[in-house]
Write a protein that binds this ligand. Structure first.
Ligand SMILES: Nc1ncnc2c1ncn2[C@@H]1O[C@H](COP(=O)(O)OP(=O)(O)O)[C@@H](O)[C@H]1O
Ligand SMILES: [Mg+2]
Length: 257
């Protein structure tokens, strides 16, 4: 049975979508069967993976409002082990409609349950903040991978994320846990420890992946070309970082479970 991992982080620009796409690609290069689900109406991972929702008859919004099955909306990618369920702007209106009922936050979880046997990992790209799709993506997950740059206030952001995890666990009866914190745009690992001390460091340090993703111009170059890092320049620091992170994710799951 697959592991459902939502890439989360409180702020816009924290590197969630870059991480979701490139971690999904990297896991697929290790021959894990991956489904990447775009849960953001901005559709970044759909666009950057080359499978824009516009080019595809069905997307996540169509699945959520019952116009298509999940299987019908899943698209193949250039990577043999990676499929994607794309999203686009119509997810915005649908999310507004669905957000009127707390029970609706569970729909995505139920949809993922139908297909989880087909994949090793299902990776969900969550939008920023606490909107409906962000909560639904966390409610659908078993695990969160937290994407964050090592800015001074990352610890505060992490604490507010812990509160949302408690909300999800209580409201939806799930066992949502943190798989790890993946830092991106790092220049050196000392940055991460800034502002951390004593108990906080003890509580959190086991959750931090050894791998960090360096700040790398290749990220924006790949985004501009609307392709994953591995297709733009697999030897770039960031592409290499995501390959190492994927390996660490796989090993952590093998070891712990
Ligand atoms: N490792 C990195 N090196 C350089 N720039 C990065 C890196 N990771 C992310 N970025 C920049 O940050 C921007 C925001 O990332 P994104 O993944 O879209 O954030 P989020 O999904 O959390 O809003 C990207 O468009 C890119 O310009
Ligand atoms: Mg994003």
């Amino acid at each position: 049975m697959s592991k459902i991992l939502t890439i989360s982080g409180q702020r816009g620009g924290s590197g969630k979508s870059v991480t979701a796409l490139n971690l999904a690609v990297s896991l697929s290069l290790y021959e894990k069967k991956i489904l990447l689900v775009d849960c953001d109406p901005q559709g970044c991972v759909s666009e950057w993976s080359g499978v824009g929702a516009m080019d595809h008859p069905f997307d996540l919004a169509a699945v959520l409002n019952g116009k298509a099955t999940t299987i019908e909306a899943i698209s193949k990618t250039e990577f043999s082990h990676l499929d994607i369920l794309p999203a686009g702007f119509n997810l915005f209106q649908l999310a507004l409609k669905l957000s009127r009922l707390v029970a609706n936050e569970k729909i995505l979880r139920l949809l993922m349950a139908d297909i989880r046997e087909d994949y090793d990992y299902i990776i969900l790209d969550a939008p920023s903040s606490y909107g409906y799709m962000s909560i639904a993506a966390m409610a659908a997950a078993d695990w969160l991978v937290v994407a964050t740059p090592p800015q001074d206030n990352w610890v505060e952001d992490f604490h507010s994320l812990l509160k949302s995890i408690q909300y999800i666990r209580k409201t939806h009866g799930t066992t949502l846990r943190i798989a790890g914190l993946l830092f991106n745009r790092c220049t050196d690992s000392a940055q991460i420890m800034n502002g951390m001390s004593g108990q906080l460091l003890e509580d959190t340090k086991n959750l931090i992946y050894d791998t960090t993703i360096p700040r790398d111009d290749a990220v924006d170059q790949a985004i501009n070309k609307k392709i994953p890092l591995a297709l733009h320049d697999i030897k770039s620091g960031a592409a290499d970082g995501y390959l190492k992170a994927a390996r660490e994710v796989i090993l952590a799951f093998n070891y712990a479970r």
